[in-house]
Design a binder for this molecule. Structure first.
Ligand SMILES: [Cu+2]
Length: 196
């Protein structure tokens, strides 16, 4: 027995070390860019259907060091269609056509455009609906913040449009009518539910 014990311990060590490294790697992944925690400043916008649509969903906004991480989960969209998607300047969804939310949120007086080029602070990538009319998107916005200051998103509106955003037409992107509207409200400590 004594003759075989040392090799067994060595063998066990060979498995323990990789397992420990894997655990460290997994823990490090939790704080990597792309993930967020409930201690990060967070806001959310539950969507209301507008213009006779059946759109529903929620948008979460989480402040990170490199910008605002946006997670969007939306249903009831037109199957296989892109839908223009923006933060608008007024957190008022009272109008049946969503027009009460005003124009695009544009705190730095930029032209309308895509990410990576001059754009409104409220310009976001269009939602891409799948064959079931569902869209899930995660991206990061620059030039805005989860807060109530000049670039703050809290108290603003979110609009989902009927048509794709062409990222060119000023100042709207020619994205058509407004089929959903949400008011962005502070949601400190809230969790983003796991993807269903
Ligand atoms: Cu819009």
């Amino acid at each position: 027995m004594n003759a075989v014990s040392p090799p067994r311990r060595a063998l066990a060590g060979a498995f323990v070390l990789p397992a420990a490294l894997a655990l460290v790697t997994a823990l490090a992944a939790c704080s990597m860019p792309g993930s967020t925690s409930t201690s990060d400043p967070r806001a959310m916008a539950p969507l209301q259907a507008k213009s006779g649509s059946a759109v529903a969903g929620t948008i979460w906004f989480t402040q990170q060091a490199d910008g605002v991480r946006v997670v969007a989960r939306v249903s009831g969209l037109t199957a296989n269609r892109e839908h223009g998607f923006h933060v608008h300047e007024t957190g008022d969804c009272s109008a049946p056509d969503g027009m009460s939310a005003g124009g695009h949120f544009n705190p730095t007086a930029q032209p309308h455009g895509p990410q990576g080029a001059p754009h409104h602070g409220g310009d976001m990538p269009s939602l891409k609906a799948d064959a079931m009319g569902n869209a899930e998107a995660t991206f990061t916005l620059d030039g805005v913040a989860v807060g109530t200051g000049p670039t703050g998103l809290i108290g603003k509106g979110v609009i989902v449009h009927a048509q794709p955003d062409d990222y060119k037409t000023q100042p709207t992107g020619n994205a058509g009518g407004r089929i959903a509207c949400g008011v962005i409200v502070a949601a400190p400590g809230s969790e983003i539910p796991a993807k269903p």
